[in-house]
Structure formats: C-alpha cells, structure tokens
Design a protein around this ligand. Structure first.
Ligand code: PLP
Length: 405
C-alpha cells in the first residue's frame, strides 16, 4: 500500500500549524475527510439538492436515489442482512438514545438490569442512567482490570438472566482496548440478553460484520470514519426493530394521520422523522466507498502497526504511564499520563509544535477515577498518519520533559 499517496487524498493535512507541519493525532475525536467526500458534498449541493421521498421531480428523484443507495452501502459496510436494518442518526450518541427511548422504554421494568462496562463513553452510560431513572431498572458495570481489559470472572457473575440489555464499547476511546465483541455477544445470547455494541471507534478501523458479531444493535458515527459530522448509523436486527415504537414523531415516519391517532411506517422509516441529513448521508456513502477502496483489512493492519510503534517509542519517555493493553492487540490510540506535566499543559505545548492531541477525561470520567488520574493525553491515529509523525511526537515529549522539569 502506498500510504503516502493515500495521505495526499486529505487536503487538510498539508498545512503548517504554529510554524510547523501539522501532525494530526486526534482522529479518535474526529477523523479528517478525503477529497472524494468533500467533493460528494459539494456535488450534491451544486447539482442535486432537493428533499428526499417527497416529490416527483428530477432533483428529488436523484437525491432520493442517492439517499437510498447510501443505505444499501451502509448495510453492506457492516454486514447487515438488509438495508431496512439501517437507521440514519446524527451519530453514535443519538443511536444509543434512540434504543434507550424505544426498545428500552418498552422492555425495561423495575428491578431489571442494564449491564455496561467500566470503560464506557458517557454516551453509552448517561442514556442508560436516564432509562433506569424512568423505569426503575438498575445499572451495573463490569469492572476494568489494571491492564485495561474487562474482568472476565465478573462477566460470569454479572451477566445473568436478570440482565435485559448488555451495552458495551467495541474499542475503548480512552484505553485502546479491543473488547472481544463476538464472544461477549455469544455469552449474552446464551442467557437471553439483548446486546448493543458501541462501534464509534471500531467502524472504519476494521472490518465489521454485525451478523458475525451476533449483536442486536450496533452504532457508529460517520465523522470518525472519514464521513461528515452529524450523520451516523444505528443497526438493529429486524426482529427487534419491528417491535419497537417510534421515538420522534413527524413527517416521513407515518402511514396515515388523523387528529385522534396515527399509524407508522415499518423500519427504518418509522425511526427517521423529518427531513434527514441528506448531504451527510451522501457524504457517508462516499466515505464508505473510499474506505472500501483502500480495504478495511489494510487499514486495520496499518492502524495496528502505528499503535504498536507508538507504544514502543513512547515508552522511551521517562515518567510516562501508558494506559490500556501494553500488548500489540490494541486500537489505534495511545492515552498516557506524564508525571511532569498536566494533560492540558502538555496538549498546549504539543500544539505550539504543530501537534494536535486531546487532553482530559475523554468523556469517560468513571474510567479516569478507576485509574486514579485526573485525565490523560491521547494521541490517536488513522491510516493517514505516518511513523515519522510518531517520531516527531516522541521528540516533542522529550522536549516537554526538558521544558516542564
Ligand atoms: N462512543 C465512543 C467509544 C466514542 O469514542 C464516542 C466519541 O468520541 C462516542 C461514543 C460518541 O460519538 P458521537 O459524539 O459521534 O455521537
């Protein structure tokens, strides 16, 4: 693979920041966009912009076609059995809230258990807390071990028939841990528990096959996989989607409406009230085409090499504590703590050298408490990053040590 040529597909990366070549190491927050995605957005607005599903004119037909083709592409991208199992959302957060407010409200009762893990992003935690408050259900979590993996024995104790839903992150955005999603779904299924996989950090980084994973719901955000912001996917198994009530009411989700009552379309349209993010959906389809053009296995291998090299090189910095698995099996991000600088000071220092990183709790406050750190600095990679950029990061970490001590 010619990764240097692929990198040149991303116009934003070719710039100076604070007088240095930009080193973008914040892809776990949002990825950069290749030219083809940017062009798909401007092509849509320049040539095809129109509302979908509602008109018989040429532009609306083009927009509707592109929109529904995108649904097929998204289904293929994650291995769904049918495009009708693909609901377009604003992103991972909205997908989880949709499940909590529809399936959750319908199925959870006083005393039922919602099981999560100790490494969840707030968006896979707060919606379940709200659901628990509404229904009287109880929220429990699987503890995280010192090496950043889940406590396997605790899973046996906690994953019981009392659990109605097990919602867990595929790749942790704060540790880089890759959870064994297939095995976890199988264990849940064996006791009749519905599963939701938070794929915000895995989609676009590795091949995803929801049928092989055996999950009931899977959520992702387009902006973390080269697509635009404000668009994401909720996958739901049709047998579950069919039983779920709508969440948002409005246009496009109804069959008929009277003053007294309404009847609703089948999934996925039942869950897509109002004018959707048409441009976002078209941009997401362009991102899927782009990623599939490179090959998800190739991306996964390259991500893996970058993360391994980063852990190895960053370990040379005295006073560094790297969170999460120290082995090669990790996602493409490294979160760390330095005993000589607060994450915010370090991120500012790195920024003055052209490096973009993130410092803070990364929306995983319970996990920060678990590891007794106020926050961490996170360097996160994608296939457009290079080993030279990691070398540059290590140079700057050494410079920070000299500066802060
Ligand atoms: N889950 C994980 C693991 C994440 O990393 C993120 C975002 O950082 C989210 C959920 C929320 O994604 P979004 O803000 O795109 O809805």
């Amino acid at each position: 693979m010619d990764w240097h040529r692929i990198r040149s597909d991303f116009p934003i990366l070719d710039q100076q920041v604070q007088g240095h070549p930009l080193v973008y190491l914040d892809s776990a927050a949002t990825s950069q966009k290749p030219r083809t995605v940017i062009q798909a957005l401007s092509h849509y607005y320049e040539r095809d912009n129109s509302n979908v599903h509602r008109a018989l004119h040429e532009l609306s037909a083009r927009a509707t076609d592109a929109f529904e083709v995108a649904r097929k592409k998204a289904a293929h991208f994650i291995g769904a059995a049918s495009e009708n199992e693909i609901i377009f959302t604003r992103g991972t957060t909205e997908g989880i809230n949709l499940v909590a407010n529809t399936w959750g409200t319908q199925n959870l009762r006083q005393g039922d258990v919602i099981l999560v893990t100790g490494m969840e992003h707030h968006s896979n935690l707060v919606p379940w807390q709200l659901l628990a408050q509404r229904t009287g259900a109880v929220l429990k979590h699987i503890p995280v071990l010192d090496d950043g993996t889940l406590d396997n024995e605790a899973i046996d104790t906690l994953l019981t028939e009392q659990v109605k839903l097990f919602a867990f992150v595929h790749i942790s955005n704060s540790l880089g841990t890759i959870n064994p999603a297939r095995e976890l779904c199988a264990r849940a299924k064996a006791v009749g528990v519905v599963t939701l996989v938070d794929g915000a950090q895995s989609a676009g980084h590795m091949p995803i096959d929801v049928q092989d994973l055996g999950c009931d719901f899977f959520v992702l955000s387009g902006h973390k996989m080269c697509g635009p912001t404000g668009i994401g996917v909720l996958y739901g198994r049709m047998a579950l989607l069919e039983t779920m009530p709508p969440w948002h009411g409005g246009g496009e989700m109804i069959l008929s409406v009277s003053f007294e009552t309404s009847s609703y379309k089948p999934p996925p349209h039942r869950f897509e009230a109002g004018t959707p993010n048409i441009a976002g959906v078209i941009g997401l389809a362009a991102a899927i085409d782009y990623l599939e053009g490179i090959g998800l296995e190739n991306i996964q291998r390259h991500d893996h090499n970058l993360a391994n090299y980063a852990v190895q090189r960053m370990s040379e910095v005295p006073g560094i504590r790297i969170l999460g698995p120290q082995s090669g099996h990790r996602g493409s991000l490294v979160a760390f703590h330095l005993d000589f600088a607060h994450p915010h000071d370090l991120v500012e220092f790195a920024n003055s050298h052209g490096i973009a990183m993130r410092g803070g709790h990364h929306c995983t406050q319970p996990l920060m408490k678990r590891f007794k750190v106020p926050g961490t600095t996170r360097a996160s990679f994608y296939f457009y990053n290079t080993l030279e950029e990691i070398n540059r990061l290590v140079e700057v970490l050494f410079a920070a040590r000299a500066f802060f001590t």
